[in-house]
Design a protein around this ligand. Structure first.
Ligand SMILES: [Fe+2]
Ligand SMILES: [Fe+2]
Length: 168
């Protein structure tokens, strides 16, 4: 049996992964309008990945005889200042998601749900990769500086290491 509290916190995570997807989609569209093709492609790909994370949670809940609640769409911001501010926001959001995943692990332990605790490790590892990849992007951005954004935009897609789509 899936404990009710675990079901609830996994549903909270569905909403958060869905919001992550919308946030990055909004950022992708913003970057596209600014002429940053590479940055927008990176963010469009990221938005797709977040949607896969959401689906992974939906399928798990249903498989465990829980009920996945599909959330409504929360409108994300539409303006992100500049690319430095935008990636800083991506990192902060990923850190928020990592903390959120950790809370799921804690809830699983409190409820003795070792099955979900084991399953959720995929997300724990995914967050290590996601944070590392965003930090690498920010490092590159700072290294190049605001006068070399053309190079940054040209090369960012080559930096898509790790964070592969959720494989079943
Ligand atoms: Fe995610
Ligand atoms: Fe993420």
């Amino acid at each position: 049996m899936l404990p009710k509290k675990v079901e609830a916190i996994l549903n909270r995570q569905i909403a958060r992964e869905d919001y992550s997807s919308q946030l990055y989609l909004s950022m992708a569209s913003w970057a596209e309008n600014k002429g940053m093709e590479g940055v927008s492609n990176w963010l469009y790909a990221q938005a797709e990945e977040e949607r896969l994370h959401m689906l992974k949670l939906v399928k798990y809940l249903n498989e465990r005889d829980g009920v996945a609640v599909i959330p409504g769409i929360e409108t994300p911001p539409a303006d992100f200042g500049d690319v430095f501010v935008a990636f800083d926001q991506v990192l902060k959001h990923e850190q928020f998601i990592s903390a959120s995943i950790n809370e799921i692990v804690a809830e699983c332990m409190a409820e003795n749900d070792f099955t979900t605790q084991n399953w959720i490790q995929w997300f724990v590892n995914e967050q290590i990769e996601e944070e590392a990849s965003v930090r690498a992007i920010i490092d590159k951005l700072n290294l190049l500086g605001k006068n070399n954004l053309y190079l940054f935009d040209r090369d960012i897609m080559a930096m898509r290491g790790g964070g592969e789509p959720a494989a079943e």
